[in-house]
Design a protein around this ligand. Structure first.
Ligand SMILES: Cc1cc2nc3c(=O)[nH]c(=O)nc-3n(C[C@H](O)[C@H](O)[C@H](O)COP(=O)(O)OP(=O)(O)OC[C@H]3O[C@@H](n4cnc5c(N)ncnc54)[C@H](O)[C@@H]3O)c2cc1C
Length: 418
């Protein structure tokens, strides 16, 4: 096995594969090495639909060997240390790998210690607590088992992947409760540390109508502190964003030691999320432990030949595959120009991210935005979808359920810059 590459990529997830595939397609002479220990690559955006019983989990999974582009070298191993000063990486079993340019794209990982009791709640087969982030099939089983009571949807105070996913699950679960004839025996509540349902004005307006139509109570400014898995209570500290919407739904709370408790019969949350340990232990991170990169060039603020891509990057925008789609061409241009000695690239990433918010079986809203939370529908998508994507529409649902997975596996993973 060779141990030096022009470009070494850590992680063969959405970002790593999209980048390797574009480099191979457009610059075949560049030697690309991609390091990842995983046997499988997942299309994670469909896990929300799996959790709502409307997508087959097996279709979200492909063997890594079928996904890594043929012209790249896959090093099936885990990086244990980044030594950016010496342009090298330590791996678990393959020794040192050296590089001219490094792209760090190992995604994020979950730290359950940040919410004591959450792991116990998830691990209890009768706990009625789970997450589409970790086990979407169990979420669907729990939705089917739910016989009424309080269905609590929440999220941690850390950044998470696809910030809208905890809401999407809620909207679909609420519809499923109706189908299962338990909706009139249940109260649906969303508790979040945020102060708005969504940061983009146009999308917020649509979603608040959905929340009212579905009679969902919202508790803003609720910082998840711990879970009592025995008593099935989620405990919160109240933050500056505290306010209530649809209080008339009447979800009861209790107070103890300065915390507010919500007793649940069903719980869904995204897990507390952090950068992988070997990244946090490197000299490449910001104070919060995420990869410290320039928000427009995605280049490390410390090393000229290191870039950050995807969920691991400390960028003030939503962590999504859609964001990665716009980040990859920027990184390719910067590295290729630097390698060829041409003048520096002036390509900039504007913080584009998008969130396909499914609001019912058969309905969706597409939020597309930049660093300033401006609503910026992608002109290509607009042409394909024809109408205003900030409004609910069945065509957007079809796009999420059928077109996006197709484009992911057949275009984005194959190096097409779509
Ligand atoms: C429930 C859910 C819903 C979502 N919905 C959407 C959506 O609707 N739209 C959207 O655009 N995005 C959505 N996302 C987010 C999207 O899936 C992620 O933002 C995207 O996959 C991140 O890509 P990544 O390459 O940064 O990380 P990942 O795709 O997670 O890949 C990281 C890779 O790095 C590897 N790795 C980890 N540690 C090491 C190591 N030490 N050495 C080597 N390799 C390592 C892992 O094995 C993995 O293969 C959703 C995610 C979830 C979980």
């Amino acid at each position: 096995m060779e141990n030096h590459y022009n470009i070494t990529i850590i992680g063969a997830g959405t970002g790593g594969i999209m980048l390797a595939a574009q480099l191979n397609a457009k610059h075949p002479s560049i030697k690309v090495g991609i390091i990842d220990p995983a046997e499988f690559h997942y299309y994670q955006p469909a896990w929300t639909l799996v959790g709502a019983g409307t997508y087959d989990y097996e279709k979200t999974k492909r063997p890594m060997k079928a996904i890594v582009p043929k012209k790249s070298t896959w090093i099936k191993d885990a990086v244990t240390k980044i030594d950016a000063k010496n342009n090298q990486l330590a791996t678990a079993t393959s020794g040192m790998i050296t590089y001219d340019y490094l792209v760090v794209a190992p995604g994020l990982t979950y730290n359950f210690d940040l919410v004591p009791g959450l792991k116990e709640a998830f691990d209890d087969p009768n706990g009625m607590a789970g997450s589409v982030y970790t086990d979407a099939k169990k979420v669907w089983k729990d939705i089917q088992k739910f016989k009424g009571g309080v269905a609590l949807f929440t999220q941690p105070n850390t950044p998470i992947k696809c910030g809208g996913a905890p809401q999407k699950v809620m909207y679909l679960a609420e519809a499923a409760f109706k189908k299962h004839e338990v909706r009139d025996k249940s109260k649906v509540v969303f508790a979040t540390n945020g102060g708005v349902i969504f940061g983009v004005q146009q999308i917020k307006e649509t979603l608040m109508k959905v929340v009212d139509r579905k009679n969902i109570q919202i508790k803003f400014g609720h910082q998840l502190v711990k879970i009592d898995s025995q008593e099935k209570i989620a405990w919160y500290k109240l933050g500056d964003n505290f306010s209530e919407h649809n209080e008339r739904v009447g979800v009861q709370t209790q107070e103890k030691d300065g915390l507010i408790g919500i007793k649940y019969d069903f719980l869904h949350t995204a897990p507390p999320s952090v950068a992988p340990k070997f990244v946090q232990e490197s000299d490449l991170v910001n104070e919060a432990g995420w990869l410290d990169v320039d928000k427009h060039t995605l280049k490390s603020n410390k090393y000229e030949n290191v870039f950050g891509l995807g969920d691991v990057a400390g960028l003030p925008t939503a962590k999504t595959g859609a964001a990665i789609r716009k980040q990859v061409p920027v990184i390719v241009d910067h590295i290729v120009k630097a390698m060829s000695g041409e003048k520096t690239s002036n390509k900039k990433y504007n913080g584009y991210s998008s969130c396909p918010l499914v609001t019912d079986y058969g309905k969706m809203v597409l939020a597309e935005f930049d660093y300033n939370n401006n609503f910026i529908p992608d002109p290509k998508l607009k042409r394909m979808l024809v109408f205003n994507s900030e409004k609910e529409h069945w065509r957007l649902w079809m796009f999420k359920k059928y077109a996006l997975p197709y484009l992911y596996w057949n275009k984005m993973m194959k190096g097409e810059d779509i």
